[in-house]
Write a protein that binds this ligand. Structure first.
Ligand SMILES: [Zn+2]
Length: 256
């Protein structure tokens, strides 16, 4: 893609077609960062580079600016809509990890039917017919996997935002976007390794090497110094298959 970009950069019509492709490719987000890193030295002042950077940045900000799930909301099916079950659903949809329910043995047994479905732990306390049933959320495998995936995607998007600030175009008169990037960068720890510095040069093609780029690194006040962006002499990372999107489905048992 790096080579294609270089070949068609001067051609407005061909660049339009290339952007059509770039907008549709289902690369892993880091692949776009790699391509930006390969292009930046030679094209930092190009409006095409600006447009591509802006597109990738918008996509990452959309993920990075939403807090990752805590996993305290559970998905699952509650088919009964009695008063007790409605209370139970409120608990399941809340961020609370445990809740106490007072009830007769019949009522407590009714709630216990959900134990396996939601992976709940339980404790009965008290004496007599009406006792307290405390239910505690644990994470079942699916909830854990879903949460881990969302958290990983969020962490990656934050790391990529750190790189995108370094990869920003010149002149960087895109204040709103830069402000949003800064707010992510200032509220998250810098990555141990900046993703854009991991570009691997596998097949040097010296004839395509465009020297004398304008790309001095962009300084970020608190960030540690990073390795300069690798000169664009290689083959871009291969496109990877899309990651299937999964999300927890939250039951909806609001008053009816
Ligand atoms: Zn019920």
């Amino acid at each position: 893609m790096n080579l294609v970009w270089r070949a068609v950069h001067a051609e407005g019509t061909l660049m339009e077609q290339l952007f059509g492709v770039l907008a549709k490719v289902t690369w892993k987000p880091v692949a776009h960062i790699m391509l930006l890193a390969l292009l930046r030295n030679a094209f930092v002042t190009s409006p095409h580079y600006f447009r591509y950077w802006d597109m990738v940045t918008s996509n990452n900000l959309a993920v990075a600016s939403i807090p990752p799930p805590t996993g305290n909301m559970l998905g699952g099916a509650v088919t009964c809509s009695c008063k007790l079950c409605k209370k139970f659903v409120k608990f399941i949809r809340s961020q609370d990890l445990s809740r106490k329910f007072m009830g007769t043995e019949t009522e407590r047994t009714h709630l216990m039917n959900y134990k396996a479905e939601f992976g709940l732990q339980y404790k009965n306390t008290g004496k007599g017919d009406v006792r307290t049933l405390e239910l505690r959320k644990t994470m079942n495998d699916k909830a854990y996997t879903d949460q881990k995936k969302a958290q990983d995607e969020h962490a990656l998007a934050c790391n990529l935002c750190h790189s995108l600030l370094h990869l920003r175009p010149q002149p960087d008169n895109v204040n709103d976007t830069i402000n949003l990037l800064n707010s992510v960068v200032l509220s998250t720890p810098p990555p141990a390794v900046y993703p854009h510095t991991t570009v691997q040069v596998t097949t040097p093609i010296t004839s395509m090497n465009i020297g004398g780029g304008a790309g001095a690194g962009v300084g970020v006040a608190h960030a540690p110094a990073v390795a300069p962006v690798a000169p664009a002499v290689g083959v871009p990372p291969q496109a990877r298959p899309p990651v299937a999107q999964k999300h927890i489905e939250i039951i909806n048992l609001d008053d009816d």
